[in-house]
Design a protein around this ligand. Structure first.
Ligand code: GAR
Length: 221
């Protein structure tokens, strides 16, 4: 097993979650992993600029260049294997890929979703729409989830969740921002670091978080 895991972050937009990962990496909080590539489904995504500024190679695999989701997925898998990637992180990646991706990276794709799964998730629940639906429903608490990606949209085993209070005068935009700041930007880097340390054990639908390896006395001498 490789000592430092190579991470690819897949993006489609502004890339604030990518930025949270870059900042965590700078602080030494992504233990056992390094962001080796950023891949965008949109050529003009600001996330690519964030990657450039951080000195991380950026690539575009645009949905428009392929006739089907399956063809795009095949191109993505090719790109990822060419880059020798160990962990794929979906950080605001807005294309639903086909099963070939999950087959190529079983329990090695993490996604951040801006709600407490199984609420407000699945097809059609992405970006601001998630927060619009949560406010329409009148929930008092929402939050974010990091989960492994399986064939079912937003249905894979949950790694971490964090709740965030909904406030009386929230708009979708204010709720989105609070959930990002208080939950997404906190739990995504944490989950990535746990994966890179080999501390996530998937048992059916449950993800167990293993304790860090303690160095033995001999190692410390
Ligand atoms: C984030 O809120 C992320 O959780 C959400 O899109 C936003 C991307 O923002 N993802 C989904 O809705 C996926 N179902 P970012 O580009 O600033 O990280």
């Amino acid at each position: 097993m490789r000592a430092v895991k190579r991470i690819a972050v897949l993006v489609s937009g502004g890339g604030t979650n990518l930025q949270a990962l870059i900042d965590a990496q700078r602080r030494g909080e992504i233990v056992g992993g390094e962001i080796a590539a950023v891949i965008s489904s949109k050529p003009g995504a600001y996330a690519l600029e964030r990657a450039r500024r951080a000195g991380i190679p950026g690539y575009v695999v645009s949905r428009k260049d392929y006739d089907t989701n399956q063809a795009m997925t095949a191109a993505l898998v090719d790109k990822l294997s060419g880059l020798d990637i160990d962990l794929v992180v979906l950080a605001g990646f807005m294309v639903i890929f086909t099963r070939e991706m999950v087959d190529a990276y079983p329990n090695a794709i993490l996604n951040v979703h801006p709600a407490l799964i199984p609420s407000f998730c699945g097809k059609g629940y992405y970006g601001l729409h998630v927060h619009e639906r949560a406010l329409e429903y009148g929930v008092k608490v929402s939050g974010a989830t990091v989960h492994f990606v399986s064939e079912e949209c937003d249905g894979g085993p949950i790694v971490l969740q964090k709740a965030v209070a909904v406030e009386e005068n929230d708009t979708p935009e204010t709720l989105q921002r609070r959930i990002m700041e208080q939950a997404e930007w906190v739990i995504l880097p944490r989950a990535v670091s746990l994966f890179c340390q080999g501390r996530l054990k998937v048992e059916g639908r449950t993800v167990r978080i293993l304790k860090p390896l303690n160095l033995s006395k001999e190692c410390l001498q």
